[in-house]
Design a protein around this ligand. Structure first.
Ligand code: ATP
Ligand code: MG
Length: 721
């Protein structure tokens, strides 16, 4: 049999890993050194050369997409089917196992998976039913407590409460929640892993069966496994199976979610016969990108230590673009992408990797304006996010009391004691009377058609909306957004949520205030209220279909979601102190190191060209900040960097004018970026952006007292200072 193609195109170390007789191995190597490729070739080798049955192979990947790719590549190498092999994420494999053995696992045949939103809703109901105050016991925190313990393999009875009343209460909630899930046949994500683990512990026959079967276990991205995942693999492998793990301690970026990089050391201790293989040649990136990434990660301590080199060319320097503000940053990226396209490249070969989800809003805006297709990978577009829809629903109802969908969405969000039964009555009445939910609710309160508690809750809600719409009538749009989400308790509700997700939601809400500040009425909408216009724009942006699968579209995603992927062109926006590393991690050495690993992951996604951006001023989460460039930029040797200082949309007049058409239009208005100006009503300020040309030119001025405003130059009567 000709097996050379399985080893062709591999270097010596890779060949050793792929072609050795069945054994346990640890492949510890840096980004882009071919770890994933080795894993695929190893599987094909085992099947074709060692003649192992596909039934005996279990491979774990980090995403379902990676699993599909791995299967595809293996079949291609085998020129045939790989039926019988199990490939998937930890969650999908556990799910599969539980489906096959639901009885042994104590689950009904038709058990359902509970996603994280549903999980929180269920916990919230239980907390209420237990007579606990939701403000003190937020459901999100409950979910965090439950999932965190499950990830460590802990059931309520295994958890010490040390007589601490708070822990005791959380434990009761955990217990009540678990009972409710068991009764209803529901399994949350963490439960999938925990049950699968318990299946091994409880059922020796089953364990023996699978141990005999899966003689070859392979795990990609091992540095990000958590305790229960490691334990599951450990037990399954026993003393007989061969386990190959590949990983990179420098890319461990899920510590905040319970991942344990120590699992690598643990593996070495518990599989003493394992062969250690290091891959040192990087095939992905240019020498410049690689040197830069290596220089950054060198600032971390306690690394396992790896060398990484390439014999590829130096390639282009890393561009560092110093933007004026976040809009300029987004416009620069769009411009660069247009050039990339004009040079005959595909958009799909470019990616934008950001630290926080909220950063996508301004970028999405720039893409929509320019008509360039984009796809958000592994995330939801800004205006479709749950918390944004909640906040917008308040505004919708303030603007239009007949908006039933908005009414339904927020009448009990945050919870204000309006139960499903009362709502059903309101619905019924609305149907009978042929009126809106709002009218129906008002009517039922007036005519005392609801029970006491529900009635007063509905009355309070009606008052809240009326109050907001009176109070806000004369206020600026952004104040409408800001005040309504504070006053309604929406912001507080999300602030009370624990964990990364709650934080992201709060950031997104604050970002909505920024969106409102940036908002400009279109020429043809001058007779519409600013609020209505804002609402319809948001609806359109949300409805704008994402580029579909086959469209050529630039990919937007968080750095976390980019793990394992590679793109010829990569943009990393927002590389500023306080953004990246994030504010909270700046002071804490451990978190700072995790941020630096994330930076290493982001940089090493780039194959040919890496563009890093930072802005002098940035409005994010509703606040304007003046951030210094990130320390991560300073950690890159200066000779690898090309500083780009030309502003695309905003030209300082002293600068050499490359985009002179743009700048001429702007100059015609008589103002330039960074210029100090005075306005009769708003006082003094600085020009920060502009749009349009001739009489239509609008400029954005950041006023010292009242913040940013967009003004039409012709009418604004600005004077230069
Ligand atoms: P990461 O740490 O980011 O997951 P990795 O170590 O898994 O990276 P791969 O994605 O497997 O790296 O490989 C990086 C790139 O290098 C891929 O495009 C792969 O096809 C290519 N590659 C790997 N090994 C070789 C080789 N020996 N010759 C040529 N190209 C290679
Ligand atoms: Mg990989």
């Amino acid at each position: 049999m000709d097996v050379s193609e399985l080893l062709d195109g591999l270097n010596d170390a890779q060949r050793e890993a792929v072609g050795s007789p069945p054994c346990s191995q640890l492949i510890l190597a840096g980004a882009g050194s071919g770890k994933t490729r080795v894993l695929v070739h190893r599987i094909a080798w085992l099947l074709r050369v060692e003649q192992v049955s596909p039934f005996s192979v279990l491979a774990v990947t980090f995403t379902n997409k990676a699993a599909a790719e791995m299967r595809g590549r293996t079949e291609q190498l085998l020129r045939g089917q790989s039926n019988g092999m199990w490939i998937g994420t930890f969650h999908s494999l556990a799910h599969r196992l539980l489906r096959a053995h639901h009885q042994e696992a104590g689950l009904p045949q038709a058990f359902q998976i509970l996603d994280s939103d549903d999980q929180i809703r269920l916990i919230r109901r239980l907390i209420k039913a237990m007579g606990l105050d939701e403000k003190k016991w937020p459901a999100k925190q409950g979910a965090w407590f439950i999932n965190g313990n499950k990830d460590e393999g802990l059931r309520p009875q295994n958890i010490d409460h040390y007589d601490d009343p708070t822990t005791k209460t959380w434990l009761q909630i955990y217990e009540a929640y678990q009972q409710a899930c068991d009764r209803a046949g529901l399994v949350d994500f963490a439960e999938l892993l925990l049950r699968a683990h318990e299946l091994w512990l409880k059922n020796a026959t089953l364990l023996r069966h699978y141990r005999d079967r899966f003689r070859h276990i392979l795990v990609d991205e091992f540095q990000d496994t958590n305790s229960i995942q490691y334990a599951w693999i450990r037990i399954l492998a026993g003393d007989t199976s061969h386990v190959t793990i590949v990983g990179d301690d420098d890319q461990s970026i899920y510590g905040w979610r319970g991942a344990k990089v120590e699992n690598i050391q643990k593996f070495l201790d518990e599989f003493p016969g394992a062969k250690m293989i290091r891959l040192e040649q990087n095939y992905r990136s240019t020498a410049t990108i690689l040197k830069a990434a290596n220089a950054v990660i060198e600032n971390n301590t306690g690394r396992l230590g790896k060398e990484l080199w390439t014999d590829g060319s130096d390639g282009e320097p890393i561009s560092v673009y110093e933007a004026y503000n976040e809009l300029d940053e987004a416009n620069y990226i769009v411009n660069q992408l247009q050039q990339w396209q004009q040079q005959g490249n595909a958009l799909v070969d470019a990616a934008i990797l950001y630290r926080s989800n909220a950063q996508s809003r301004v970028l999405e805006g720039a893409f929509i304006n320019s008509g360039m297709k984009y796809r958000i990978y592994g995330g939801v577009r800004f205006f479709e996010r749950q918390e944004i829809k909640d906040a917008m629903s308040y505004l919708r109802l303030i603007s239009n009391r007949r908006d039933d969908a908005a009414f339904e969405r927020i009448v009990n969000t945050p919870t204000r004691g309006i139960g499903e039964t009362s709502l059903e009555k309101v619905r019924l009445n609305a149907r009978e009377q042929g009126c809106s939910m709002w009218q129906s609710a008002v009517m039922m309160v007036e005519q005392k058609l609801l029970t006491g508690r529900a009635s007063s809750s509905v009355a309070k809600f009606v008052d809240l909306i009326d109050f907001l719409s009176d109070e806000l009538a004369e206020k600026a749009l952004y104040e409408k957004v800001d005040v309504s989400m504070r006053h309604s308790g929406l912001l507080a509700m999300y602030q009370a949520e624990k964990g990364e997700k709650g934080q992201t939601r709060v950031e997104n809400l604050e970002e909505l205030v920024s969106a409102a500040k940036d908002f400009v009425l279109d020429e043809d909408e001058q007779d519409m209220s600013e609020l209505d216009s804002f609402l319809s724009h948001a609806a359109l942006e949300a409805g704008e279909s994402q580029a579909d699968e086959f469209d050529d579209a630039v990919q937007l995603m968080t750095m976390h979601a980019a793990k394992g992927l590679e793109f010829p062109l990569v943009f990393v926006p927002g590389v500023e102190e306080g953004m990246f590393p994030s504010m909270q991690s700046g002071e804490d050495p451990e978190r700072l190191e995790e941020e630096r690993r994330l930076c290493y992951v982001a940089m090493t996604r780039a194959m040919k060209k890496l563009v890093i951006c930072h802005a002098e001023t940035r409005r994010l989460y509703g606040k304007e900040s003046y951030n210094r460039p990130s320390r991560f930029i300073r950690e890159i040797p200066a000779d690898l960097i090309e500083n780009v200082k030309l502003k695309t949309t905003v030209q300082k007049p002293t600068m050499q004018n490359r985009f002179h058409q743009e700048s001429e239009r702007f100059d015609a208005s008589g103002f330039h970026l960074g210029q100090r100006v005075n306005h009769t009503k708003f006082g003094d300020g600085t020009v920060t952006n502009y749009e349009g040309s001739g009489a239509q030119t609008r400029i954005q001025v950041h006023f010292d007292d009242v913040g940013s405003k967009w003004l039409v130059v012709t009418y604004a009567r600005l004077t230069a200072l």
